[in-house]
Design a protein around this ligand. Structure first.
Ligand code: SF4
Length: 301
C-alpha cells in the first residue's frame, strides 16, 4: 500500500529566521578572513545550527567575549535580540557586531522602552530566562514584571501603577488573552470607568506563529499521523506541537530522524510532516524522502 506523505506548506522558516540565516550566510562569505561568531545558538534548531557550523560559524556565550580576538572576528546577534549591555560591551572591546535581531523583536523592544521611559509598569507574559525576554528586560533596566500565569500576575503586579502588558513573541495566544482579561477586570474593579487609563494591552505575539494555528489544525486533522519536527528548546515548537496534538492525537514531536519508529507507521494511509518557525525546509524534505523510500520505494535526494 502506498502511503501519502506531505509536508505542511505553512511550515518552515518565518520571515525573521529567513533574514537571520541570510545575514549569517552573507557574513560567512564576506568575512572569510575572520572568525564569524554567533552569541547563543543561532536559532532553536540543532540541524540548522550544525549546517551553519559546518560552514564556519562558531557559537559562543557572553562569557567568551573576553577571549575574542576583536580584530579578526565579527559577532552576530541572533533573531531573539540582546539587551543594550551586550552592545556597549562589544563597543568597549572593539568587537564588530552584525545585528540579526528580528525587526519584530526590535519593534517590541522599542515599544517596551517607550512605555518604561514614560513611567509605566511594564508586564511581560513570557519566560524570564528566554533570550528574547532577557533582551526586553534589558531595555527597561530589568525593572519589569515577567509572568507566566494568573497566579504570578496577581502576586507580582502593582495595581496602583499605570500598567502595560506585552508578550514574548512566541507565547500562546489563548493564555495571553485570558490573562489580559483577568488583569483588565482587576483594574476595572479598582478604577471603574478610569480603568482604561491605567491598563493597556499590547498583543506582541508574532503573527507568523499565531497565523499558523488554523492551518496547522486542518493539516493535522487531514492526516492519519503527524510528525512534528522542531528543536526541543523551541518555544513556538512546543506551542505549535500542542495545537497539532490536540487536533490529531497521533502527532509525535521529534528533533531527529532516529526518534521515528518507522515500522509502526506502516498502518497509516497518510503521514503529515510539519514543524516550528525555526524548522528548516530541507530537513522536513529529508524526512519525507526517507519515508517515501521506505514505504513507497521512491528514492529522493
Ligand atoms: S517568530 Fe516572529 S518574532 Fe520570532 S523570529 Fe520569526 S518573525 Fe521574528
Amino acid at each position: 500500500m502506498i502511503i501519502d506523505i506531505d509536508i505542511d506548506d505553512s511550515a518552515g522558516f518565518c520571515w525573521g529566521v529567513v533574514q537571520t540565516i541570510d545575514k549569517v550566510e552573507n557574513a560567512l562569505s564576506e568575512h572569510k578572513d575572520k572568525q564569524v561568531y554567533v552569541l547563543g545558538q543561532i536559532i532553536h534548531n540543532p540541524k540548522e545550527s550544525e549546517r551553519l557550523e559546518e560552514s564556519g560559524l562558531k557559537t559562543i556565550e557572553h562569557k567568551d567575549f573576553e577571549q575574542i580576538d576583536a580584530e579578526n572576528s565579527v559577532v552576530i546577534i541572533r533573531a531573539h535580540g540582546e539587551p543594550p549591555t551586550t552592545y556597549s560591551e562589544a563597543a568597549d572591546k572593539n568587537i564588530s557586531i552584525i545585528d540579526a535581531t528580528c525587526p519584530l523583536v526590535r519593534g517590541l523592544q522599542n515599544s517596551v522602552k517607550k512605555f518604561y521611559k514614560d513611567g509605566w509598569q511594564v508586564v511581560i507574559f513570557g519566560k524570564v530566562n528566554h533570550s528574547e525576554v532577557i533582551g526586553l528586560r534589558g531595555v527597561c533596566n530589568d525593572e519589569c514584571v515577567v509572568i507566566k500565569s494568573e497566579e504570578e500576575a496577581f502576586g507580582k503586579i502593582d495595581f496602583s501603577r499605570k500598567t502595560v502588558l506585552f508578550s514574548q513573541t512566541t507565547m500562546d495566544r489563548p493564555t495571553f488573552c485570558k490573562l489580559s482579561e483577568k488583569i483588565k477586570d482587576k483594574f476595572a474593579e479598582i478604577y471603574s470607568e478610569r480603568a482604561k487609563d491605567y491598563f493597556v494591552t499590547r498583543n506582541s505575539i508574532c503573527k507568523f506563529v499565531s497565523r499558523r494555528e488554523d492551518k496547522l489544525i486542518s493539516f493535522a486533522e487531514s492526516h492519519d499521523f503527524v510528525i512534528f519536527v522542531a528543536g526541543k528548546n523551541s518555544s513556538n515548537g512546543k506551542i505549535l506541537f500542542d495545537i497539532s496534538k490536540k487536533a490529531n492525537e497521533n502527532t509525535i514531536f521529534i528533533e531527529d530522524v532516529d526518534e521515528v519508529d518507522f515500522e509502526s507507521l506502516a498502518q497509516y494511509k497518510s503521514i503529515g510532516i510539519t514543524g516550528a518557525t525555526s524548522t528548516p525546509q530541507w530537513f522536513m524534505e529529508h524526512i519525507k524522502n526517507l519515508l517515501s523510500k521506505k514505504f513507497n520505494g521512491i528514492i529522493g535526494d
